[in-house]
Design a protein around this ligand. Structure first.
Ligand SMILES: O=C[C@H](O)[C@H](O)COP(=O)(O)O
Ligand SMILES: C=C(OP(=O)(O)O)C(=O)O
Length: 406
């Protein structure tokens, strides 16, 4: 198409011009040279701004990982892999606040949890749930990274800095951390400080998250979908175990082609569904069947919260107790559990005056309080102590994705 008539056209006019520009790259670039504003109006229609962000390499330099934190991460990832491979008989327990909104309260929780983790270390392998990114069903606060001041100012650069700082502190205690990987850019900033990752019920079906997980260095748990079906998660585990190539960024924040090897330690997390829980022995047997059909390892973690407790924190203890009984009765596929727990019970709405926030109480899903958490975990450890040694691997069945696949 010739552009001869374009300089005379009243492009920036209201109402919009009568004709539609054909989508031809050469035409677009010519227009960009002639009148940037025309193109901006067209392509920035729904954008309010693009602000700079430090690159992952810059933030990592500003808040570097130290030897102590690196050792915690290394031991954390190795131990979770060993649990998935039946080399370590302990029950993995991912426990902590639904979301971190107040680093001070979060760290107080981490100190208490570290002591409990040491006390129960013969039976339970405790990893702190450190969730900074919240996937919302519709709208709501999206976590400390997205809006650290909880006032819709969305200071994401500050949020990322707080998140990295917090993870450093937790790891320095010798307590490994678990997080949901929601935004595919975030692991570039935080991944080296995380020992276990969840892909949430709302993103397990996403190809972007499966590709990302295939290159992550830690074991990844895929939640079943919000409808309760496990097929999406089974497909995700299959996909993630394979190599992928996809668009991403490098540590300097430049667009890059990322090539992955595949993650052999992805597994299923049963979190219940909108209509019913799926932690019971029949649901677990069905999940084992779905994994076997796909030639995947029978590796299952049970989330005591979400659809398995109808988001009622008081029901989480019953779910934990049930899965412990399944293990005592000989179940070999349940390798871990998740608990939403904080200093105080329940949850609270985010008030407009943040000084009204109740210290140590969740601002997202309701949590079990500290004393109840400690009681639940001590009880689980006591029940499991004599049942675990029989779970060490002595057979030849597949225990990670790749050994289970042809
Ligand atoms: O764990 C957290 C919530 O269940 C998740 O972020 C969804 O929350 P919402 O349904 O309140 O948006
Ligand atoms: C959002 C979460 O879980 P799910 O993806 O199971 O809803 C969560 O654990 O914070």
């Amino acid at each position: 198409m010739e552009l001869i008539s374009i300089p005379d056209m009243p492009f920036i006019s209201h109402p919009a011009p009568q004709f539609v520009l054909p989508p031809q790259p050469h035409l677009l670039s010519t227009l960009m040279k002639r009148d940037q504003l025309v193109v901006d109006e067209e392509n920035f229609l729904n954008l309010a701004g693009i602000d700079p962000m430090p690159s992952p390499a810059e933030l990592r330099k500003q808040l570097p990982i130290d030897a102590l934190a690196a050792q915690t991460v290394s031991i954390g990832r190795r131990t979770v892999r060993n649990i998935l491979e039946r080399r370590d008989p302990r029950l993995l327990v991912v426990v902590g606040p639904c979301s971190i909104h107040d680093p001070k309260a979060g760290l107080e929780y981490a100190h208490r949890l570290q002591q409990l983790a040491t006390e129960l270390a013969d039976t339970l392998y405790i990893v702190m749930r450190v969730y900074f990114e919240k996937p919302r069903t519709s709208i709501g606060w999206k976590g400390l990274i997205n809006d650290p001041d909880m006032d819709n100012t969305f200071r994401i650069a500050d949020g990322m800095q707080h998140a990295r700082n917090f993870l450093l502190e937790v790891n320095r205690l010798g307590l490994p951390a678990a997080a949901e990987a929601l935004d595919p850019v975030s692991p570039h900033y935080l991944g080296e400080l995380i020992s276990w990752v969840a892909i949430g019920a709302r993103t397990t079906e996403s190809q972007t998250h499966r590709e990302m997980s295939s290159g992550l260095p830690m074991p990844v748990g895929f939640k079943n979908g919000t409808d309760g079906g496990v097929e999406t998660a089974v497909n995700a585990i299959l996909s993630t175990s394979r190599p992928h190539a996809f668009l991403g960024i490098d540590s300097d924040g430049r667009a890059a082609i990322i090539r992955t090897r595949g993650n052999a330690h992805s597994h299923l997390v049963l979190r219940g569904g909108s209509s019913r829980p799926n932690y019971d022995s029949v649901s677990v047997a069905m999940a084992e069947g779905a994994l076997a059909k796909a030639r995947l390892a029978p590796n299952i973690i049970i989330d005591c919260a979400h659809g398995n407790s109808s988001k009622d924190h008081r029901r989480q203890a019953a779910v934990l107790s049930d899965l412990v009984h399944q293990i005592r009765r000989g179940n070999r596929s349940i390798l871990g559990s998740m608990i939403e727990s904080f200093l105080e019970p329940g949850n609270q709405p985010i008030p407009s005056d943040l000084t009204q926030l109740r210290y140590g109480c969740s601002v997202t899903d309701a949590c079990v309080d500290w004393d109840a958490t400690a009681a639940m975990l001590r009880d689980a450890a006591a029940q499991l102590r004599d049942a675990l040694p029989t779970r060490i691997n002595t057979d030849t069945a597949p225990h990670t994705c790749t050994t289970g696949m042809q």
